[in-house]
Ligand binder design. Sequence first.
Ligand code: AMP
Ligand code: MG
Length: 369
Amino acid sequence: MELRVPKKLNILGIESSCDDTAAAIVHGCPGGTGEVLSSIVVGQTNLHAAFGGVVPEIAARAHVEKLDVTVRQALVQADLTLQDIDGIAVTAGPGLIGGVVSGVMLAKGMAAATGKPLYGVNHLAGHALTPRLTDGTKFPYLMLLVSGGHCQFLIASNPHEFRRLGGTIDDAPGEAFDKVARLIGLAQPGGPAIENAAKNGDSKRFKLPRPLLDRNDCDMSFSGLKTAALRTRDAIISERIGLTPQDQADLAAGFQAAVADVLAEKSRRALREYLKLSPQNPTLCVAGGVAANYTIRSELKRVCDEMAVGFAAPPLALCTDNAAMIAYAALAQMPDRLPDDMGLSAKPRMPLDTSSPTMLGHGKKGAKA
Ligand code: AMP
Ligand code: MG
């Protein structure tokens, strides 16, 4: 009898949902493991630095300028041509709509011109499935997605099923890092700047709140913490002319410690919920730019050690926005899904877990998260 070995595919991934233009090629069997053959990420930090945040119109324009070059570079780095590609995966949402549209239009154009199948992928599923690509983590695992635009706990049960246990009810932590950095005169992106300044700071000098720890659930809030940092800054300025480097360092350290405490305590609660499923090798995985923060990572690791749970953090390049995760998500989902047709649309909002109540309410364009 002839044994049918599943064919390995080369999937091109395209990502443009925020401020990183990315293309990558992942090689693997549908539903199996994947190997990253190439991954190109062109960031836009310089374009947005002066504005203290990502400007959607500037981001969209930059994606349009860079997407085709990025795809070409991904093919060159993988030593492949377009003929070698078996499918085109693209972030179809959630994200800044101008950027998502740019990626989806490019992917559709390429699919129409080459006849290759097209796969629209939820950006959050890309992040949430990354531990399978990088560490082969077994389902079910608990995922903390903590980035510039998102913050949520998800139980990943299979490539299509993610149950949200809770998340931010307002700002994402990365957004708060960026805004607080701007408030205290540090550079953008704010996360690394705050982490760096905090090294010389006293995290206990200023009393900053740990929002929502009084609520016994997995929801979080970072907007009030940001306002508290603003008030603290104003109180210092009203006494003196400006902030000294020591004031900046102490505020940075205090803010970072508050975020780390909230994430650690809420992770403890999310883990308790997840452990009720009696997973075989319980694991907490993190992804997103904020997971780069050493203090936050060590706090999360400490909680995992305390609760005898494994801790997995993908390498930084695959933790932040990238296209390898989009290509891999399409590959992982392929056995149970069909390709998309030319009706695939870009969506600013696209909750991963549609069965749980919405986190941020409904807008005209649907559930916000
Ligand atoms: P992402 O949204 O995944 O592309 O990640 C970008 C976000 O991660 C930005 O808001 C950054 O400020 C934040 N970030 C990056 N590095 C760090 C860090 N070391 N500490 C805290 N936040 C960070
Ligand atoms: Mg980014």
